[in-house]
Design a protein around this ligand. Structure first.
Ligand code: NAD
Length: 246
């Protein structure tokens, strides 16, 4: 792989972790955009960049992606909580032959977890005694609720089970007895990196599938690998399934 000149969009916890991983893989960081005015201050670095990696905020991500498209810069997005803007950006991406790679979770383990959740939900579909529920736990700084991965997990489970028509945020765990939607409970605790759990519970027993991230390094590695993959000349809108083939 040729060394990539990378622009970091967002230089918080994830931006710093991505910098370490990118440098360790021989890439260069040519711009660090961490607030709105940096788009003006760092025009030289942005001109040099071959790819941008965005781990910023839900409020900033969509306009950051649009700005990358304006300068025809391929962009990898890990920020969550901006998906209402995806259809318009996707259309622009395809129409203008831009390159966008987005994932609510760049951990390869999470994608194995999601595909196992799909399989398990299929098996539970004919067993109405089991109620599905989801729990996610993240650090107190996380702005979006539920996490993008919890939404993906809930949509995956609901899509495999005819008795559920979707999911809903469960503010109060004691109110989880709704028959038609999967309750998703969100916990924000200390500096926890991220845990997602899918439960199937009956009066006689319970089944629990859990993914726990131990550090941010797994997300950073996934994002840098996605940047390398995107820069192999790809145009279009991609996700982890495209890169991993699962
Ligand atoms: P953070 O709060 O530590 O960092 C966010 C940074 O974005 C801050 O430094 C902030 O100054 C900066 N920022 C604000 N406005 C900006 C703008 N207009 N342009 C560029 N940067 C701007 O957050 P974090 O823990 O690094 O997480 C960032 C995002 O990534 C969150 O949405 C989080 O949920 C998501 N995340 C995704 C994954 C994944 O695998 N996809 C993993 C971890 C976190």
């Amino acid at each position: 792989m040729h060394p990539l000149p990378i622009a970091l969009l967002g230089y918080g916890r994830m931006g710093k972790e991505i910098e370490k991983t990118a440098l360790a893989r021989g890439h260069r960081i040519v711009a660090k955009i961490d607030r709105e005015p940096d788009w003006e201050n760092q025009t030289q670095g942005l001109k040099e960049a071959g790819v941008a990696i965005d781990f910023s905020t839900p409020a900033a991500a969509a306009s950051n992606i649009a700005r990358c498209f304006d300068i025809h810069l391929p962009v990898v997005v890990g920020t969550t909580g901006w998906l209402e803007s995806l259809p318009a950006l996707q259309e622009r991406c395809l129409h203008e032959r831009q390159a966008l790679f987005h994932a609510a979770n760049f951990s390869i383990g999470v994608h194995i977890f999601l595909s196992t959740a799909r399989f398990l939900s299929q098996k539970m579909n004919p067993l109405p005694d089991y109620a599905a529920r989801i729990e996610e736990t993240h650090h107190i700084h996380k702005l979006d609720k539920p996490s993008g991965t919890a939404i993906r997990l809930a949509e995956t489970a609901a899509s495999q089970m005819t008795r559920y028509r979707g999911w809903r945020l469960s503010e109060n765990p004691s109110q989880t007895a709704c028959q038609e939607v999967i309750p998703v409970e969100c916990r924000r605790i200390g500096e926890t990196v991220g845990t997602h759990r899918l439960f199937f519970e009956s009066e006689t027993d319970s089944i629990e599938l859990t993914h726990t991230a131990h550090s941010r390094r797994g997300f950073a590695m996934g994002a840098v690998l996605a940047a390398e993959w995107l820069c192999e000349g790809r145009t279009g809108c991609f996700g982890m399934e495209d890169m991993l083939g699962i």
